[in-house]
Ligand binder design. Structure first.
Ligand code: FAD
Length: 305
């Protein structure tokens, strides 16, 4: 009954086709893992997103925001409450000299191509990262020589009380794969990036180089959620796992990639619990050998009751 009221309200905000019931999260995550979300809501624009979230806050309805699901490991039991999926909506952008403004649902790899088209440098590192701008700002995504903290100048996000907060520069409190928005459980609505005018040939060469390295080194042909662990200071995760003799090791359908040991891939029918067992096995083995505790970078979410 409670859920019926909720579905009715969400439908009145965004229309029936944007409210999915018992929606399998495995259909929405790059890992292709995850049981059903009670409800998935897919707002078409920021106005609908704000209205939904304000309703959840007023009704104390549990909810979770997702972008493109490329950094998520979702429980086999799924997610209780509402998952609000931002991708592939909220994608508008504008260009003002050396500043680009993006709504949260824009793919970061597309944003880097828009920067290239405007002869703007600074987002080359993002070519090939499969998430959204909202996910990338929240996670302070980065690769090779860059990360979001180096280009983001201003972000509008929604706080847990429904208010809209603007943060500039250092107020983002960016750190390794984290930000004030992640820590405060806010929702990125839009962000402005300050880039630098550059010769587009140079920009394109760098992007092609990063793309080549990615295709060469990462198991992009298999479902995954990218690098599983955060990089411990002074070490490379892949090397620690390799040197622990774990390259290619698997539990059920979850396998340490033999192309890049920092990735766990889904070989077919991997479950969340198999991936979690493999994560624990890696953590224990590396800890015993090197006295280093690997911390997950991927976000582990859902019902573990
Ligand atoms: C093959 C592959 C390669 C990858 N390479 C890299 C890489 O080089 N560097 C890197 O940093 N990451 C990498 N990733 C991980 C992932 O793409 C990034 O972390 C990305 O920023 C996640 O964006 P998303 O939209 O998919 O977020 P999701 O996976 O949907 O969500 C991730 C987290 O962000 C939150 N979130 C999402 N959108 C919002 C929003 N609008 N407001 C507030 N919170 C939000 C979610 O609640 C969740 O906690 C890779 C992943 C894959 C599969």
């Amino acid at each position: 009954m409670e859920n019926q009221e909720l579905v009715k309200k969400l439908t009145s905000i965004s229309g029936e086709e944007r409210v999915l019931i018992n929606e399998l999260m495995s259909k929405h995550t790059s890992f292709k893992i995850g049981g059903p979300a009670d409800i998935m809501a897919i707002p078409e624009n920021t106005v609908q997103l704000e209205e939904m979230v304000k309703y959840f806050i007023s009704m104390k309805t549990p909810y979770m925001i997702m972008g493109n699901g490329t950094n998520l490991l979702v429980s086999d039991k799924g997610i209780r409450g509402v998952v609000v999926k931002i991708y592939d909506n909220l994608e508008s952008y504008s260009v003002n000299d050396d500043t680009l403004e993006f709504e949260a649902g824009m793919l970061i790899s597309r944003a880097s191509k828009i920067a290239l088209a405007n002869s703007l440098s600074g987002l080359e590192f993002a070519e090939g990262i499969p998430g959204t701008i909202g996910g990338a700002v929240t996670m302070n995504a980065g690769a090779y020589i860059g990360e979001m903290s180096m280009v983001v100048c201003e972000t509008d996000y929604m706080g847990t009380d429904g208010s809209i907060i603007k943060v500039c520069g250092e107020e983002h409190c960016f750190s390794y794969r984290s930000s004030i928005i992640q820590k405060s459980r806010g929702i990125v609505l839009k962000t402005r990036l300050k880039l630098k005018k550059e010769d587009p040939v140079k920009i394109k060469t760098l992007m092609d180089d990063f793309n080549f390295k990615r295709r060469d080194k990462q198991p992009l042909e298999w479902p995954s959620a990218g690098s599983v662990f955060k990089r411990p200071a002074g070490h490379f995760v892949g090397k620690l796992i390799d040197d622990s003799g774990l390259r290619g090791f698997s539990i059920g359908g979850a396998q340490i990639s033999d192309k890049h040991s920092g990735f766990i891939i889904n070989r077919g029918n991997a479950t969340c619990s198999e991936v979690l067992s493999l994560i624990e096995y890696i953590q224990n083995t590396v800890n015993q050998k090197y006295n280093i505790r690997l911390e997950p970078e991927i976000r582990i979410v859902g019902d573990f009751s």
